[in-house]
Design a protein around this ligand. Structure first.
Ligand code: SF4
Length: 352
């Protein structure tokens, strides 16, 4: 259904303006017989001046505002809850249009302030070590839902970076994710530089390729194990998109310039932290311009997975570095409020 169909007065449906691309705003504006420039004015109010109501779009005439109000609303929503970590991270609960809620994490770090946003309510990928994976998938967020996690974040003005690493697999909700990136990066939208944005995937190849063709944002691939059979036991997506095929696909793209490629690797005790794993990982990524982020695992209730001890993580890092790889150990933030990597879920809040 196009935006125009959805504003047909006979259907009495109200369109959500926030999150719409300029082209869709234009289509809506045309359907209301507004002048051509009205779409740009709406974009300005939505994304630069951040109004919460069509009533506040003051350079549209009163008559036009009334017409617009008949068929559309801005559609932004404040967070329903917040939890503050001892380390300064904050986790917000935002309402989602498919129903339920999603979590968004704000991570201040010196000069840098990152929002980790969600793209789905739950997730279909079912990674064995992830709380979101355990949560039943209930729907895709719209572009407006995705962007509302930024625009309605109390710390919005302080944000320097955005990562699509919250709940859900972004490339399983490709259209809305690409739409949100367009609004985020366009001059008529938020005007954010693509190099400030990173999208993470478990390795959904078709979506990943579309993303690489259409944006200049950074890509992070959740790798976690270089061996096919072992990875399949942790990440069912491996059956459909083997990591060797993901890496082969990535070799066709240019990561030497503006765009950065990284691989996320949660280091599990005794599962993927041996010299054998490090050597296989190095062989898999040989010659690919990338960095590896080793991530500490945070124990999840009822899960058999355990994080590797510190010394083994350092050994693993050194072994990879001896192969010439760029490797960082990441300190995931907000563990005490269940906001760290792999811990996001709205099931525990009983709000799904
Ligand atoms: S790790 Fe990511 S892709 Fe895997 S289940 Fe969790 S949210 Fe989904």
């Amino acid at each position: 259904m196009s935006q125009v169909d959805s504003v047909c007065p006979a259907r009495r449906e109200v369109v959500r303006l926030f999150g719409m691309r300029l082209e869709a705003l234009q289509e809506l504006s045309d359907s209301l017989h507004f002048p051509r420039y009205a779409a740009m004015q709406m974009a300005e109010w939505l994304y630069h001046r951040k109004v919460a109501s069509t009533d506040d779009m003051l350079n549209l005439s009163k008559v036009r505002r009334a017409q617009l109000q008949e068929v559309a609303e801005v559609g932004v929503a404040a967070p329903a809850d917040v939890q503050v970590s001892a380390d300064g991270a904050r986790k917000y609960l935002f309402p989602a249009s498919p129903g339920g809620f999603v979590e968004t994490v704000f991570i201040p770090d010196g000069e840098r302030a990152t929002a980790c946003i969600s793209s789905q309510v739950g997730c279909r990928m079912g990674c064995a070590f992830c709380m979101t994976g355990r949560q039943r998938f209930t729907g895709n967020l719209s572009s407006g839902d995705i962007l509302n996690q930024l625009r309605s974040l109390p710390e919005y003005e302080a944000l320097t970076n955005v990562v699509y690493m919250g709940m859900g697999e972004p490339f399983d909700n490709l259209d809305a994710v690409l739409e949100s990136i367009e609004v985020l990066t366009a001059p008529w939208g938020f005007g954010m530089a693509a190099r400030r944005i990173t999208v993470s995937t478990a390795g959904v190849i078709p979506g990943m390729e579309e993303f690489l063709r259409r944006t200049r944002c950074h890509l992070a691939v959740s790798l976690h194990n270089p061996f096919d059979n072992e990875r399949a036991a942790m990440m069912p997506v491996q059956h459909k998109y083997p990591i060797s095929e993901v890496v082969r696909t990535l070799r066709r793209y240019d990561f030497s310039d503006y765009r950065r490629l990284s691989f996320e690797y949660i280091v599990f005790d005794g599962l993927n932290d041996t010299p054998r794993h490090a050597d296989a990982l190095a062989a898999l990524l040989k010659g690919l311009p990338c960095r590896i982020n080793l991530i500490r695992f945070h124990a999840i209730e009822g899960s058999a997975f355990r994080g590797a001890p510190e010394e083994r993580m350092l050994d693993f890092q050194r072994r990879l570095q001896s192969h010439g790889l760029q490797v960082t150990i990441r300190h995931s933030r907000g563990e005490d409020i269940m906001a760290a990597c792999g811990m996001l879920s709205t099931l525990k809040n009983n709000v799904q």
